[in-house]
Design a protein around this ligand. Structure first.
Ligand code: GLC
Length: 725
C-alpha cells in the first residue's frame, strides 16, 4: 500500500477509531478498523517462544489446548554460541511460530546489557558486551522478520535490574549510554531494521523510558533515524501528555480498564479540548499502518506459516549444542560408555522443566528434554543411570504444571511496584517450610549415600526460575538450596564428580571449582537442551560455547556491587560507568572464576600468522590462521580485541570489536579474515557529541577470551575520525 493510500486511510478514520488503534483493548491486542479493512494488531511474548493464550481481559490462560509451542534456547544461550547464523535460524523459528500462531509482533529479543549477574532477567538478554549482543541480535531480528511479523526489541533502555523496576531511576552518563547500553539497540534499528522497539519500565536520568524525550525523540528518531513503531512495556506509560508528545506510539498495560488507558479516553479528552493536536495521534496511527503494510496485513498477500514443525527442532538443537560451555575438564569428559558403569545423576535441575517459569518469557512447551533425559537417552543401554534429587525447590518445577491459575502478571505492577516498595532481594529458600527443610535433609543424605558406589557422579544444579525471573533480583551469586554443601559432601565420598550448572546467570563457583573434575555451563537452552547436554557429555558433540558474560569470583568483585550502587534504592547510580563486565575486571586486574569469552573444547586450537593492514577505504583488515592441533573435529571462536596505546582519555584496556567462529577437522588450518571500521577504535566524546576514533597506535589482539594475551599486531590510525552517535 502506498504512502498516499495510508494517508487516505487515516483521513477516513474517526478520532475514536484512531484512538482505538494506539492502546490495548485486550492484554495482547489493539483495536482494528473493520470498515476500512484494518485488522487488530496482535502481540505475543517472548524471546524463548510464542507464549500461551490468555483471555483478553483476565490473566488466566485460555484453555486453548493447541497453544503448545517450540521452546527456544534463551537469548543468553544463543549469545553463548557466538554464532550469528544460529541466531538467524533461531529467529526464523521464532518468527515462523509467531506467524503460525496468528501473531503480528513477537516481543523479542531482549538485548539489555548485563550490568550485574544478580539481575533476574539476565537469561532473557545476551550478556555483558555490546559487540557480541549486537552481532547476535541483528541476525535474530532479521530471522524473525522474514516471516511477515515484527520483532520488538526490548527494553529500551538500561533495564538492568528488576528491583523496583517500575520506578527505579537509572542514572547513567552520556558516554556510558552511547558506548555500552545503546549500541545493540542502534544496530537493531539501523542494521536489522527492527520494526518495533519496546520502552522500558524504568526511568532514565529522571524520565520514564516510555515517555522519555531524550530516548524516543533525540536518540531514536533524530540520531538513529528510526522509522518504526514504539510500544510501551505493559504498564510503562505513567502519564498522557509526555507519552503522547515524546513519541510513544502504542500504550499497552496489564489492567483490563482499557478505555481508561492514558492513550484512551484521557488522550481523547485532551485532543477534544485542543490541548494535544490530533496530528500527534495521526503520526502514531501512521507508524502502525506502515508496519502493518510491511508485514502485508493490509494487502492480504501475507506469508502463511506453521508451528511445532519437527524440522525446526534441528535448528533449536544445533543452537542448544553450540551454547554449552565447557569450563573445566581433567579428561573425565567425554564420558566413556562402559558396560555396567553406574552413573549417579544428582540435582533438582536434572529433572526440572524450566519452560513454564521466568515471567512473561514463560512457554507452554510442546516438550522439554531435561538433562536427566539427555544423559539417560544417550547412555547406550548398558550402563546404569541412577537419579537422586539431592534437594528440592519449594516450588516444584513440574514439566506439565499447566493447570490454569492466575498469572503472576496480574499483580506484576504491584509486586515489583515502583519506589514505595523497599528493596526486597529474592531468596525463596527463606520461605521453605520445616517439612521442606526436613525433606531436603533426607534427599541430601540419600544422594551422598548413593554416590558412594557410583563410578561417576554428575551433579546438575544451578538456578531455576525461582531465581532467574522477571520482577526480582538475586541477593547474591551463591547457589541456592544448599548445593555447595551437597557438592562438597558428595566429593568427600566420590571425587569422580562432574558439575553441570544449569542457569541463566553467573553463580559463585568457589566451593567446587577445584573439586570438580569437569564443569559444564548449560543455560536455559530450550526443548532440546537435555539432548544437547547429553551429546556433549558423551562426546557426540564437541562443545564450542563461549561465555557471553564473565563468571565473577565473588559478589563483591562485581563493579556496581563493589561501588555499593546495586541495586540502589529509588536511584541506580552507574558509578562504574563504561566499566561493565570484563572492561572492569581486565582493566583493574580483578581475578575472575572464568572470563568473558572463555570456553574449552575436546580438542586444541592454535592461532598464528596474525596480519593487520588497512584497505583503500581506511578499514582495518585482520587476518590470521587457526589450526586444530588436537584429535577431534571442533569449532573455535577467535575474538578480536582492540587495545588503545596511551589513549588520550580513560578507556578500558581492551574491548571486543569482532569475532569469528570456525569449524576445523583434526589437523586442519583455516584462514580467518575480519574487517574493523573506524568505529572499532572509537570512544564517545561528550563534548563533541560524536564518536571519535583518535589518531594513534592500537594493539589488535586475536584472543581466545577477554583475559587471554592471544597474538597481537600493532596498527596506527593516521588521523582523527568523527562518526555519528
Ligand atoms: C512484561 C515485560 C515485557 C513483556 C510484557 C508483556 O512485564 O517487561 O518484557 O513483553 O510485559 O508481557
Amino acid at each position: 500500500m502506498t504512502t498516499d493510500k495510508i494517508a487516505g486511510l487515516i483521513e477516513q478514520m474517526t478520532l475514536d477509531e484512531k484512538i482505538g488503534m494506539i492502546h490495548g483493548n485486550a492484554f495482547f491486542h489493539t483495536k482494528g478498523v473493520e470498515r476500512l479493512g484494518v485488522p487488530p494488531f496482535i502481540f505475543s511474548d517472548g524471546p524463548m517462544g510464542v507464549r500461551k493464550e490468555y483471555y483478553d481481559d483476565k490473566w488466566y490462560d485460555d484453555p486453548h489446548h493447541a497453544d503448545y509451542a517450540s521452546y527456544l534456547p534463551s537469548n543468553t544461550a544463543i549469545a553463548a554460541t557466538w554464532n550469528p547464523e544460529l541466531a538467524r535460524k533461531s529467529g526464523r523459528v521464532l518468527g515462523k511460530e509467531a506467524r503460525g500462531r496468528g501473531k503480528d509482533m513477537i516481543l523479542a529479543p531482549g538485548i539489555n546489557i548485563m550490568r550485574s549477574p544478580l539481575c533476574g532477567r539476565n537469561f532473557e538478554y545476551m550478556g555483558e558486551d555490546p559487540c557480541l549482543t549486537a552481532n547476535i541480535a541483528v541476525p535474530l531480528i532479521e530471522g524473525i522478520q522474514e516471516n511477515d511479523v515484527s520483532a520488538c526489541v526490548k527494553h529500551f533502555a538500561v533495564n538492568s535490574q528488576e528491583t523496583q523496576r517500575l520506578g527505579i531511576n537509572e542514572e547513567v552518563d552520556e558516554r556510558t549510554l552511547r558506548e555500552i547500553y545503546f549500541p545493540a539497540f542502534k544496530a537493531a534499528v539501523q542494521k536489522a531494521k527492527s520494526r518495533a522497539i519496546m520502552g522500558a519500565y524504568n526511568q532514565l536520568n529522571g524520565q520514564y523510558c516510555c515517555q522519555n524525550e531524550y530516548l524516543l525523540k533525540k536518540v531514536l528518531r533524530n540520531d538513529w533515524k528510526y522509522e518504526g513503531l514504539t510500544v510501551s512495556d505493559w504498564g510503562g506509560v505513567t502519564e498522557t501528555n509526555a507519552a503522547a508528545m515524546n513519541g510513544m506510539d502504542v500504550e499497552m498495560n496489564i489492567n483490563a480498564n482499557f478505555d481508561e488507558y492514558y492513550f484512551a479516553n484521557p488522550l481523547k479528552e485532551k485532543i477534544l479540548a485542543g490541548e494535544i493536536p490530533e496530528s500527534v495521534v495521526d503520526e502514531k496511527v501512521r507508524n502502525i499502518l506502515n508496519l502493518m503494510n510491511e508485514i502485508h496485513m493490509l494487502d492480504g498477500d501475507r506469508k502463511p506459516a506453521t508451528y511445532n514443525d519437527y524440522r525446526d527442532k534441528e535448528d533449536l538443537l544445533e543452537t542448544a549444542r553450540e551454547s554449552v560451555v565447557l569450563l573445566k575438564n581433567d579428561g573425565v569428559l567425554p564420558i566413556k560408555r562402559e558396560k555396567g558403569k553406574k552413573i549417579l545423576v544428582v540435582g533438582d535441575n536434572a529433572n526440572r522443566a524450566h519452560a513454564p517459569g521466568g515471567g512473561s518469557g514463560e512457554i507452554k512447551a510442546l516438550y522439554e528434554l531435561t538433562p536427566l533425559m539427555g544423559i539417560s537417552m544417550l547412555s547406550g543401554g548398558s550402563m546404569k543411570i541412577v537419579y537422586e534429587p539431592g534437594y528440592e525447590s519449594p516450588n516444584p518445577g513440574d514439566i506439565w504444571d499447566q493447570e490454569r491459575k492466575e498469572s503472576w502478571q496480574a499483580a506484576s505492577l504491584a509486586q515489583a511496584a515502583g519506589l514505595e516498595q523497599e528493596v526486597d532481594l529474592n531468596d525463596v529458600c527463606e520461605y521453605m517450610t520445616p517439612e521442606q527443610i526436613e525433606k531436603n535433609k533426607e534427599l541430601f543424605a540419600k544422594a551422598v549415600e548413593a554416590a558412594k558406589d557410583a563410578d561417576l557422579v554428575i551433579f546438575v544444579g544451578g538456578l531455576n526460575h525461582d531465581y532467574d525471573t522477571e520482577g526480582k533480583d538475586r541477593r547474591n551469586m551463591i547457589l541456592p538450596y544448599g548445593q555447595d554443601e551437597l557438592i562438597g559432601a558428595i566429593h568427600e565420598v566420590n571425587p569422580n564428580l562432574v558439575v553441570v550448572i544449569n542457569a541463566g546467570s553467573p553463580v559463585d563457583m568457589r566451593s567446587f571449582r577445584d573439586k570438580a573434575r569437569a564443569i559444564v555451563y548449560e543455560w536455559y537452552c530450550g526443548m532440546e537442551g537435555g539432548r544437547a547436554l547429553g551429546e556433549v557429555l558423551y562426546g557426540e558433540v564437541n562443545p564450542s560455547g563461549r561465555l557471553p558474560e564473565t563468571m565473577p569470583l565473588k559478589d563483591e568483585d562485581v563493579p556496581p556491587l563493589h561501588f555499593g550502587v546495586y541495586p540502589g534504592n529509588r536511584v541506580a547510580e552507574h558509578k562504574e560507568g563504561i566499566y561493565v563486565g570484563y572492561r572492569y575486571y581486565v582493566t583493574h586486574k580483578v581475578p575472575t572464576a572464568f572470563p568473558f569469552g572463555f570456553g574449552l573444547s575436546y580438542t586444541d586450537f592454535e592461532k598464528k600468522n596474525l596480519a593487520v593492514s588497512t584497505d583503500e577505504d581506511g578499514n582495518t583488515l585482520v587476518e590470521l590462521e587457526i589450526s586444530n592441533v588436537g584429535s577431534e573435529k571442533g569449532k573455535d571462536t577467535v575474538q578480536i580485541y582492540v587495545e588503545p596505546v596511551n589513549p588520550c582519555i580513560d578507556r578500558p584496556t581492551r574491548e571486543l570489536k569482532g569475532f569469528a567462529k570456525v569449524e576445523l577437522e583434526a589437523g586442519e588450518t583455516k584462514k580467518v579474515a575480519l574487517k574493523l571500521d573506524a568505529m572499532a577504535f572509537a570512544y564517545y566524546s561528550v563534548e563533541k557529541e560524536c564518536f571519535v576514533a583518535k589518531a594513534g597506535d592500537y594493539r589488535i589482539v586475536a584472543a581466545a577470551h577477554a583475559e587471554d594475551d592471544g597474538i597481537c599486531q600493532m596498527t596506527k590510525l593516521v588521523k582523527d575520525v568523527c562518526m555519528d552517535r
